[in-house]
Ligand binder design. Structure first.
Ligand code: KG4
Ligand code: ZN
Length: 344
């Protein structure tokens, strides 16, 4: 029996438009992380086209696997566990990753663990921080989700609020496209905001004063599109939009920390790479003596390493998945166990 620190997990991520596979040793040593982005495949369509995404994963996944194994300097038979994202996400894309995962599990006679994409995003923080203390508040902000969680203990989560309409990443991508910036829009807006000293256009932060922990970003998107049509300066719009986003995300997250009496905040998901947002949280958390964890930039967006860590944790807690496990387009975090992902 291998020691825990030498246990090797393969993590496969294919829920949207990134094919990524990583090799993890023990709890946090990422031996390799290979990634193939599909940005070029979808550029002309104004968004991710599910059919093209699934084909893109099929075309690149074996090459990504080969790179991950080679960079980690390991063979298939060295793997102890195979983990793959099975939802939420695009079903055709997810099927490519989980089918590879199941085939590898069959071939190597090693266990397979299905991974919940949102739990994996949160796990990116456990890869990089050793001493995070539950209970925590988790803010998950990506292209598909904007959610505030109370992370009570490992594997036990309570959802406090989520977006009533668009995810915050969708807002960034849509507004960036209309501003003529490159995709994905978040990093492009982030760069523009950092490099400009224009005055921000004033936008109202949506649902700032609502008593719940919900978000809403579609009204802000409409307001930005109106400002573009009215020929306001590009960088002023980008700055104003980002200011409104940061104000509402920070205010609601701080209120969640206070309401739940938590002293640890973890943020995750592609939008958590945003520099303005990271700086704002760092400042507010320092004032309140709250521990603030955020993944390093490559681990904010979709990646195989977070999937490996999430799969490893579930395995350690006694969960296994059958090779019958399916892909799920929707999978609320609070119904993790009802989704039939695992047998314990
Ligand atoms: O987590 P992710 O890779 O995929 C999903 O699970 O959705 O997140 C992708 C989203 C995109 O909308 C992208 O524009 C956004 O994350 N994003 C950013 C930044 N980097 C990526 N948004 C704002 N600022 C960034 N620096
Ligand atoms: Zn994601």
């Amino acid at each position: 029996m291998k020691s825990a620190e030498n246990f090797i997990t393969l993590g496969i991520e294919s829920s949207c438009d990134d094919t990524s596979i990583a090799v993890l040793r023990g709890e946090r040593e990422v031996l390799s992380m290979a990634k193939k982005s599909q940005v070029d495949l979808h550029r002309d369509f104004g968004g991710v086209v599910p059919e093209i995404a699934a084909r893109g994963h099929t075309d690149s996944i074996f090459g990504v696997l080969e790179t991950a194994l080679r960079d980690a300097d390991i063979e298939l038979q060295d793997l102890d566990l195979i983990a793959a994202t099975c939802g939420p996400g695009l079903v055709g894309s997810l099927l490519v990753g989980i089918t590879l995962g199941k085939a590898l599990a069959l071939r190597t006679h090693k266990p397979f663990v299905a991974v919940h994409h949102l739990e994996a995003h949160l796990s990116a923080n456990f890869l990089e921080y050793e001493d995070l203390q539950f209970p925590m508040i988790g803010l998950l902000i990506s292209g598909g989700h904007s959610c505030l969680y109370h992370l009570v203990q490992p594997g036990q989560y309570e959802i406090l609020g989520e977006s009533r309409d668009d995810a915050v990443g969708e807002l960034y991508d849509k507004v960036a496209r209309e501003l003529g910036l490159s995709q994905p829009g978040g990093p492009a807006v982030d760069r523009l905001v950092q490099s400009s000293d224009a005055d921000p256009v004033k936008f109202t932060p949506p649902l700032l004063h609502s008593e719940d922990f919900d978000f809403s970003f579609s009204g802000l998107k409409t307001a930005c599109l109106r400002a573009i049509a009215a020929k306001n300066p590009r960088d002023g719009i980008a700055k104003g939009m980002q200011n409104a986003v940061i104000e509402v995300l920070v205010a609601k997250t701080l209120r969640a920390l206070e309401t739940k009496g938590c002293k640890t905040l973890v943020v995750a998901g592609g939008v958590s790479a945003n520099r303005g947002l990271r700086d704002a949280f760092a400042k507010e958390c320092e004032i309140r003596q709250v521990r603030f964890a955020r993944p390093s930039i490559p681990l904010c967006t979709d990646n195989g390493a977070m999937v490996a860590r999430s799969g490893y944790d579930r395995y350690k807690w006694g969960y296994r998945s059958s090779l019958e496990v399916d892909a799920f387009s929707r999978m609320p975090l609070q119904t993790l166990l009802e989704g039939g992902l695992w047998e314990s």
